[in-house]
Design a protein around this ligand. Structure first.
Ligand SMILES: [Zn+2]
Length: 301
């Protein structure tokens, strides 16, 4: 397949390289992979404009999952005519985003709107809900939907020729860096399912990989192996620390220390580190890890 894929930098919080949407122009207009948040619609317009396209050219949006940084503008794009692809478990939240907005507001409080903008509903008749492994075409473009839980239960990676769009399941990696960090967020984090998802993508032998945070890389196998290693070491790290019964704060401090050490070992600059953290806020990781441990790993007493 020779279709060109462009990385659009949505300039989230005026920062380069934090959140991407991917643009694939085709005979019928444009396909976007990810909508970005509701707060970056201007960035999206500017990105499309650089390639001579407008919002009204966007016919389809493929969402990896419904977290605000990936799917927040989907309803807004649907309002202007786009059709939206989403995992069956994400669909109800797009049709009726009220609960999702309430729980996000609990986390972000008065920063909710500045950070994420509006999260509008998607009309049901504009939704496409693929099955696991389903191939589908948009014009002359062919995609395959791979259900890839772990970061979130309702996560899809999209195969497109030798490229795979990985949302958050292959972790976060900044341009110019070799370091892959996993975004560990509550409430659905599941490290074993995550490993299985990465292994599934490895089996497909993709050459190129497009994580939403951030860009397109030519070393899909190495990137996926790094992500797999990160999932495995996180599990081992938990096995060491959790039996000491750390409180949530202590777990957070220890985790942040561990991540800082890793970043240092990988020669990540302070600027890049800040972008890693904007794309993947560490303050949620301890909650996610503690919840995962209690729910799935703690031996019954
Ligand atoms: Zn996410």
């Amino acid at each position: 397949m020779t279709q060109v894929v462009h990385t659009l930098d949505l300039k989230f919080q005026n920062r380069n390289d934090a959140i991407a949407a991917f643009l694939i122009p085709y005979s019928g207009g444009a396909v976007l992979v990810e909508s970005g948040p509701g707060s970056t619609t201007e960035g999206l317009k500017a990105g499309l404009d650089e390639h001579g396209m407008k919002i009204s050219d966007v016919t389809h949006v493929l969402l990896s999952h419904i977290h605000l940084d990936h799917a927040g503008a989907a309803g807004w794009l649907a309002q202007q005519g786009a059709e939206i692809y989403v995992h069956p478990r994400g669909a109800p939240h797009l049709i009726n985003p009220e609960r999702l907005i309430i729980s996000a507001t609990r986390i972000y409080q008065d920063k909710m709107h500045t950070l994420w903008g509006d999260f509008l509903a998607v009309p049901e008749n504009q939704l496409h809900i693929p099955e696991d492994g389903e191939k589908f075409t948009i014009g002359d473009l062919e995609f395959t939907a791979y259900f890839t839980p772990g970061h979130a239960e309702h996560h899809i990676a999209y195969g497109f020729g030798n490229l795979v769009f990985t949302g958050d399941v292959a972790g976060v990696r900044m341009p110019g860096c070799d370091y892959v960090r996993l975004p560990l967020v509550p409430p659905e984090l599941h490290l074993e399912r995550w490993q299985a998802s990465i292994e599934l993508l490895l089996e497909k032998n993709f050459k190129r990989i497009a994580p939403t945070h951030f860009s397109i890389y030519d070393d899909a196998e190495k990137h996926l192996l790094d992500a797999l290693k990160a999932a495995k070491t996180t599990s081992l790290w938990l096995e060491e620390i959790m039996p000491t019964n750390p409180g949530n704060d202590e777990l957070g401090v220890e985790f942040t220390k561990w991540m800082s050490k890793e970043a240092e070992a990988n020669n990540i600059s302070e600027h890049d580190l800040k972008t890693y953290e904007i794309a993947n806020p560490l303050h949620m990781s301890s909650t996610a890890l503690a919840r995962y441990w209690t729910k799935f790993r703690q031996p019954a007493t």
